[in-house]
Design a protein around this ligand. Structure first.
Ligand code: VGL
Ligand code: ZN
Length: 201
């Protein structure tokens, strides 16, 4: 049987980072990511595996005020989305987040945007406190919040595994998602399909 040359095995010091799997980013939402709903099944499988191994599961969420600077009304690039407390900002109902999951809200003030889960949050402190050294990152969207979260994770000294089957791109310009994947790999992230990740022996 062929197997990956360098298998990735879940181990202590690993954490799963689920980026912005929120209703507004799913089909039917105000800033729908094409096929964004397809990240939920592979993420649920990994959530279950990490929970069994007692590895931290962290979910970031875009959590904007009504008058956020990224919205068209303020000459920003996006339609209104993920307004704090609204159904659109809620996690996808099918996402099986455990009770123990840590939720990190970002871009919560009107005049600052943050595509990265590390931007203006305590994510790094929380990961350090939990002894995390390696991040498994999936979610939405590949070309915005996943890209920037992975970039900051690497800059903060974490090893980063990019879950290629658990990300989807906005693709404002066709190819943006693939370019983001290439950029993350160039920066040192390891792209891998979640099915190729092993459990400890
Ligand atoms: C995102 C656009 C605007 C994301 C957030 O989560 O990737 N994209 N706000
Ligand atoms: Zn946003």
């Amino acid at each position: 049987m062929a197997r990956p040359a360098s298998p990735i095995t879940l181990q202590p010091g690993d954490a799963l980072i689920i980026v912005d799997v929120q209703n507004d980013f799913l089909p039917g939402g105000s800033l729908a990511v094409p096929r964004g709903d397809e990240v939920v099944a592979p993420l649920n499988t990994l959530i279950a595996r990490c929970t069994r191994l007692r590895l931290p599961v962290i979910a970031t969420r875009d959590w904007h005020p009504q008058d956020h600077c990224s919205f068209h009304a303020r000459s920003g690039p996006w339609p209104p989305h993920c307004i704090a407390g609204t159904p659109g900002a809620a996690f996808a109902p099918a996402l099986a987040l455990p009770e123990s999951a840590t939720i990190v809200s970002k871009a919560v003030t009107a005049d600052v945007d943050a595509y990265s889960g590390f931007g203006g949050t305590d994510l790094h402190d929380r990961l350090q406190a939990a002894g995390v050294r390696r991040l498994f990152v999936g979610g939405l969207a590949t070309d915005y919040c996943v890209l920037n979260t992975v970039r900051d994770g690497l800059a903060n000294g974490y090893a980063v595994i990019l879950l290629t089957d658990a990300i989807r791109a906005v693709d404002v310009t066709p190819g943006d998602g693939q370019r983001a994947i290439d950029e993350m790999a160039r920066l040192g992230a390891h792209p891998i399909a979640s099915v190729d990740i092993r459990n400890p022996a």
